[in-house]
Design a protein around this ligand. Structure first.
Ligand SMILES: C[S@@+](CC[C@H](N)C(=O)[O-])C[C@H]1O[C@@H](n2cnc3c(N)ncnc32)[C@H](O)[C@@H]1O
Length: 272
């Protein structure tokens, strides 16, 4: 039996990402509306979580497969699809670094919204996404941008200031938000730069509660923030981290009576 822990999988199975995903639904739907989805289009939603974008894709009539490395999120996605009677949406456990269960040229559209960016080995990920997309098809990625002044980049930056340095050779997921890196990765997968285009877009997180209560959701349920708090507690710095996050969430909140926080991301479109 193989008992080696995959830290990438363990990070996302930790806590309960569905609690955060529940605050991402409106922007997920808005984004899917922009993807030109038509009835019968074959769509792979990679790093799909519990289906924030996969469900709206299926509701537009696409034939959707959601793949995610986290078993608990795949199960949550299946429950959501069943509840909504979406028979054209399937979920499977799988790894974006190889997509080994997926045959070549299987999809018209591969969508990965803040998903594949979190897989290790970015060159392998680009290669796998290109391999499973049919010639003439498209890949659309949503990637957070390093050093961006908005919410998620700052949340991840603050968290990383409390966690031990990553192992040597680790490539930060945030590098998927740098255009030259994206071009280089798809070029290595055989896609020339002129077939990769970029646009900045906004994703808004909506939570029915105060910004401080939203920080608590991240502290209790979001793997990267949970890890940051565990590390901060060992250093006696948990209160400091809590304060930094509350300042961030409060300063970014646009709502008077709940929490609504916009975040800028890089939308990447690849013509395969
Ligand atoms: C920030 S969440 C986004 C989930 C979903 N796309 C959404 O917008 O709600 C990142 C997702 O990527 C998945 N993920 C991370 N590494 C992966 C990998 N190597 N292969 C497949 N999925 C992965 C995680 O399990 C998690 O569901």
């Amino acid at each position: 039996m193989n008992t080696t822990v995959n830290p990438n999988k363990a990070l996302w199975e930790k806590g309960d990402f569905t609690r955060i995903a529940a605050t991402m639904r409106e922007s997920g739907e808005t984004l899917v509306q922009k993807l030109g989805i038509t009835k019968g289009l074959k769509v792979l939603d990679l790093g799909c979580g519990d289906g924030t974008t996969a469900l709206p894709e299926a509701k537009l009539g696409a034939d959707v497969l959601g793949i995610d490395i986290a078993q608990n999120l795949v199960e949550a996605g299946k429950r959501r699809a069943a509840k909504q009677g979406l028979t054209n949406l399937k979920f499977q456990e799988g790894d974006a670094t190889n997509l080994k269960q997926v045959p070549d040229n299987s999809f018209d559209l591969v969508v990965s919204i803040f998903g594949a960016m979190f897989a290790p080995k970015p060159f392998e990920v680009a290669k796998a996404m290109v391999r499973v997309t049919r010639p003439g098809g498209r890949i659309v990625m949503g990637n957070w941008i390093p050093n961006d002044p908005t919410f998620v980049a700052r949340l991840l930056k603050i968290s990383s200031n409390y966690t031990p340095p990553p192992p040597e050779g680790f490539v930060s997921p945030m590098t998927w938000g740098i255009e030259n890196n994206v071009i280089e990765r798809f070029a290595a997968a055989g896609i020339p730069a002129e077939r990769v285009s970029f646009t900045r877009d906004t994703f808004t997180f909506n939570f029915q509660g105060t910004p401080s209560a939203y920080v608590d959701e991240f502290r209790k349920y979001y793997g990267p923030t949970m890890n940051a708090f565990e590390a901060a507690e060992k250093q006696g710095r948990a209160a400091e981290l809590q304060k930094e996050l509350e300042e961030l969430f409060n300063s970014q909140n646009k709502s008077q009576d709940a929490t609504s926080i916009p975040a800028t991301f890089l939308r990447v479109t690849v013509a395969v």
